[in-house]
Design a protein around this ligand. Structure first.
Ligand SMILES: [Zn+2]
Length: 451
């Protein structure tokens, strides 16, 4: 074959020399014609016409010959390669010394240093078509010298060797069976495997323990811990969309007070989510689409900015320089302060004045009503309000049937809670007002800006 190629190559090469002569003659002719054209006459014109005709034919022929030479030269060109030689016989050619060494090492690893044939590497020129891949060369040598070895397909699960089987088709078939079974379990889902399965071709000795029969392989593949099925399905949900809250400022409320002007309402939406499970564990949920069923209603909250006395419409609340507003409307006389007195230690202050009975009692600050009703301990009709942070206020001796709040009510600063009376352990209509911090009754005076 090679000899035939050499022959053809030589022929074409010689043709090339002849062509060279023709080209030389061609240029001479051009020079001659140009000479003639410069001394123009009828004869020289007809001669030029003939020349053009001949030139076209010549260029066509030259093109055909040139292409043939080019193709023949490239096909027949020899390149550098490394021959693998065993016992004087060339097994094949590798493209580089590195590729040849790789093959050599693999042969040694598979057959063992003692059994592997001695491979001689020799740089040699050969036609490109003769060069083979490392795997192909390995296969050639193993087939020739590895009597004991048999080609197998190693199966790797996420890069970890599971086993090897002789029959490559069984791998694809077994994996397909696993997915088919999963499809029956999750009929409305798309199923795939969480693990990556890779197959590598190599050679095993028949007694290799990792070499499994088809049945053994299927058993291993279907073992509970080997593969994890991932399934993705569409799920319909009705979701809530949370309402937003906006605050507006108002001087109809004291600083620190708030009032809900419009209650917020959650909206609802119908959604389809694409949910992925690995085994039974949800790993991903992606919204596919959603349609709003009802829009959320924004909550509007008024926040008080008022720092001085505040008209509440029918009455006016007096903001003291203390934390609390004055707890009674229109009564400003402290008839009994906090501390020792003839009746014993007084743990609040009493507030009264002209026409005290029936005067409006108001919450000293915003808070939540924790007690409201009749006291068996002498307070009569009373209300206790929790203001947070351990601070509480108490309002006692109020008129029967005058309480305007119940336990659990949220009250604003200055909001009416009852009327001044004379119930319980009381001698004359007045409000008994207490301030408590972590359950201890303190002097209310500083909290009301007194003294
Ligand atoms: Zn009192």
């Amino acid at each position: 074959m090679e000899k035939l190629f050499d022959f053809i190559y030589n022929c074409i090469y010689n043709l090339g020399l002849v062509t060279g002569k023709i080209i030389g003659g061609f240029f001479k002719k051009i020079a001659h014609i140009i000479k003639k054209v410069f001394h123009f006459n009828k004869a020289s014109f007809s001669s030029a016409k003939t020349f053009v005709k001949r030139s076209v034919v010549f260029v066509l022929i030259a093109a055909v010959i040139g292409t043939s030479v080019f193709v023949a030269y490239n096909t027949g060109n020899k390149v550098k390669a490394v021959a693998l030689i065993i016992d004087g016989e060339t097994i094949g050619y590798a493209a580089t010394r590195k590729a040849a060494t790789t093959t050599e090492n693999k042969v040694a690893a598979l057959l063992g240093e003692d059994n592997a044939p001695e491979i001689e590497l020799k740089e040699k020129r050969t036609v490109a078509n003769n060069i083979r891949s490392a795997d192909f060369l390995l296969q050639t040598i193993i087939e020739e010298y590895g009597d004991e070895l048999t080609p197998v397909n190693e199966v790797y699960i996420d890069g970890e060797l599971l086993c090897a089987v002789k029959d490559g088709d069984v791998i694809e078939q077994a994996v397909a069976e696993v997915l088919e079974l999963a499809k029956k379990v999750y009929p409305d889902s798309s199923v795939s495997l969480a693990e990556k399965i890779t197959v590598k071709q190599t050679y095993y000795s028949p007694d290799n323990k990792k070499l499994y029969s088809n049945a053994q392989f299927k058993t291993a593949l279907n073992a509970p811990d080997t593969l994890t099925v991932r399934h993705t399905e569409c799920q319909e949900n009705v979701n809530y969309t949370e309402f937003e809250t906006v605050e507006i400022q108002t001087n109809t409320l004291f600083v620190g007070d708030t009032r809900v002007r419009r209650s917020g309402q959650n909206g609802t939406e119908y959604a389809i989510d694409l949910v992925t499970y690995v085994g039974d564990k949800k790993v991903l949920s992606e919204p596919l689409m959603s349609i709003a069923l009802t829009q959320p209603v924004t909550q509007i909250v008024e926040r008080g900015i008022r720092a001085e006395s505040l008209s509440m419409g029918s009455y006016t609340v007096y903001q003291t320089t203390g934390v609390f507003c004055w707890p009674v409307v229109n009564l400003y006389t402290v008839t009994s302060p906090y501390g020792h007195r003839s009746l014993g230690y007084h743990r609040g202050i009493d507030i009264s004045g002209a026409n005290a009975s029936g005067s409006l009692v108001v919450a000293g600050a915003a808070g939540t009503v924790t007690e409201a009703g009749w006291s068996t301990g002498g307070y009569g009709n009373y209300v206790k309000i929790d203001h947070g942070n351990g601070v509480e206020t108490l309002y006692a001796h109020m008129l029967d049937n005058s309480l305007m709040v119940s336990v659990g009510d949220v009250v604003q600063k200055g909001q009416t809670i009852g009327r001044v009376g004379n119930t319980g352990y009381s001698f004359g209509a007045h409000l008994h007002f207490e301030v408590r911090l972590n359950g201890n009754r303190l002097d209310p005076a500083p909290y009301l800006g007194l003294g």
